[in-house]
Design a binder for this molecule. Sequence first.
Ligand SMILES: Nc1ncnc2c1ncn2[C@@H]1O[C@H](COP(=O)(O)OP(=O)(O)O)[C@@H](O)[C@H]1O
Ligand SMILES: CC(=O)N[C@@H](CCC(=O)OP(=O)(O)O)C(=O)O
Length: 257
Amino acid sequence: MREKLTVIKVGGKIVEEEATLHKLLDDFAAIEGYKVLVHGGGRSATKLATQLGIESQMVNGRRITDAETLKVVTMVYGGLVNKNIVAGLQARGVNALGLTGADMDVIRSVKRPVKDVDYGFVGDVKQVNAEFLGDLIHKGVVPVMAPLTHDGAGNLLNTNADTIAGETAKALAALFDVTLVFCFEKKGVLRDENDDDSVIPQITPAQFKQYVADGVIQGGMIPKLENSFEALNAGVTEVVITLASAINENNGTCIKK
Ligand SMILES: Nc1ncnc2c1ncn2[C@@H]1O[C@H](COP(=O)(O)OP(=O)(O)O)[C@@H](O)[C@H]1O
Ligand SMILES: CC(=O)N[C@@H](CCC(=O)OP(=O)(O)O)C(=O)O
């Protein structure tokens, strides 16, 4: 039987606030067995950009990343957010190692080609170094991955954190029995976004299509679900979308192939 690994992705609203971040870190520290944490930080990047007089623009859930914005996201994701999480986990007895995709060539990407939209310095993932991550994990290290990748030619690229989580889970599925958990500020995928108790327990690809057509699922939830189906089709065992403060309770929305 293959060993189990849990990949947790935590989004910007949770990491921005101290109270929700601390609760998440407590819960993450309590997860038994091998684990990886992938974090976002989009909200914190937007906030710092605004303070610096840099306008933020999102298209289809992706940040338009010009040279100045790239400096901001590098500082926020690779610096502040990542190191805060690593220090918080060390304080909880978790041997965390913060990584961007450039560190040890963990995630290589290519700059997103310009079609209708020029996203600037945004990377599409090409390769995840699962062997290196697997070695670290087997040594008892807990990787904490920031949403930054590199192109191998000296350029850092901004990469959506849900994509980092999905691609990392897919690559590690070659070595482990992987459960991928997207946690955020709601109890799961909701039938009615204004009703916290309207959690949809399971979603199949056909239901997903219908929910999108009906406007039930929108915005950032669309790429999250697309990443989920892709991960399941590429060998990830289980994908769950759930409340950040409930990652160790078996609630939320279970994604089905
Ligand atoms: N049916 C739905 N159920 C829950 N959230 C939804 C739904 N449709 C759209 N959303 C939106 O998706 C957002 C989560 O996506 P995103 O902002 O990308 O998350 P994250 O903070 O994890 O990166 C929620 O904040 C919510 O506004
Ligand atoms: C290219 C791109 O869009 N990158 C994202 C990376 C951060 C992220 O995904 O953060 P959340 O999980 O908090 O949304 C961004 O800059 O917003």
